[in-house]
Design a protein around this ligand. Structure first.
Ligand code: SPD
Length: 277
């Protein structure tokens, strides 16, 4: 039994993974949520046929979406995660001692339930007393927040379906308002191999909203092209000039992120360097 990652099929390309068992398939109000057991990548979480994470490589994504901004902001205490219903991003955020509160705004409560059942080593992070769960539309939630967060992380699916609004200018403007004066936003921003148009369209407006806007990437074998990137949007701190190596050295139990990777992740291949201008 094989599954084909559906996102890129319209472009004539797909990742195929051999699975050994189907563990769960449910429909929520928003999407189809599926968990399968695979031969090479352990359990896989799919939403609408698109791979969200696998047990084998989720750390490559979750460590990079969380530790890069948290090793730049010198004193982040209050963090908002939009999406991230599997819990992997929150697990990483909680590794930083300064953190006092993590608000998670996940539109689909069923993603959280499925993750608690099949990926407890991710979703147990929601049991921490610092974490508050809001099962709401992130686009609506953000508009009610002003000057509230040190860091906002958008751990979204792709810009089709319910996550489409999270790739729009109005959403980035609302996040700017929700940040404190020295806040940082990091968002899932697709692959420079396959999604140059999405990246360019994001930076077309991001650079007018945030004084500092950069793009960095990580390697995830089970995402389309094996690469996925993030926007780094900041009111004050620069991801390299304000990088706090001491904070990075304090972190334990990491399998991807370290101080060398932090710096290297912002060095884009020549063909992609213009996407953010
Ligand atoms: N193409 C899939 C991109 C998915 C990014 N978000 C995954 C959520 C993992 N916490």
């Amino acid at each position: 039994m094989w599954i084909e990652e559906k996102l890129e099929i319209k472009n004539g390309r797909a990742l195929k993974v051999r699975i050994t068992k189907s563990l769960e398939k449910i429909k929520s109000e928003f999407q189809e949520i599926e968990v399968v057991e695979s031969e090479s990548f352990g359990k896989i979480l799919l939403i609408d046929g698109v791979i969200m994470l696998t047990e084998a490589d989720e750390f490559c994504y979750h460590e990079m979406i969380a530790h890069v901004p948290l090793c730049v902001h010198p004193k982040a205490q209050k963090v908002l995660v939009i999406g991230g219903g599997d819990g992997g991003t929150v697990r990483e955020i909680l590794k930083h001692d300064n953190i006092k509160e993590v608000d998670v705004c996940e539109i689909d409560v069923k993603v959280i339930r499925v993750s608690k059942k099949h990926f407890p080593y991710l979703a147990n992070s929601f049991n921490d007393h610092k974490v508050k769960l809001y099962c709401e539309d992130g686009n609506k939630f953000i508009k009610s927040q002003k000057n509230e967060y040190d860091l906002i992380i958008v751990d979204s699916s792709d810009p089709i379906g319910p996550a489409g609004v999270l790739f729009r200018k109005e959403f980035y403007e609302a996040m700017y308002q929700a940040l404190k004066d020295d806040g940082i936003v990091v968002t899932q921003a697709e692959s420079f191999f396959y999604h140059s148009e999405i990246i360019k369209s994001l930076f077309f407006f991001i650079r007018d909203i945030y004084p500092i806007s950069e793009y960095y990437y990580t390697l995830v074998p089970t995402y389309p092209s094996g690469v996925i990137g993030f926007t780094f949007c900041s009111k004050k701190y620069h991801p390299i000039n304000n990088f706090n190596e001491t904070e990075a050295l304090k972190l334990n139990d990491l399998k991807y992120y370290d101080k060398g990777i932090h710096k290297a992740a912002f060095n884009l291949p020549v063909f992609a360097q213009g996407y953010k201008h």
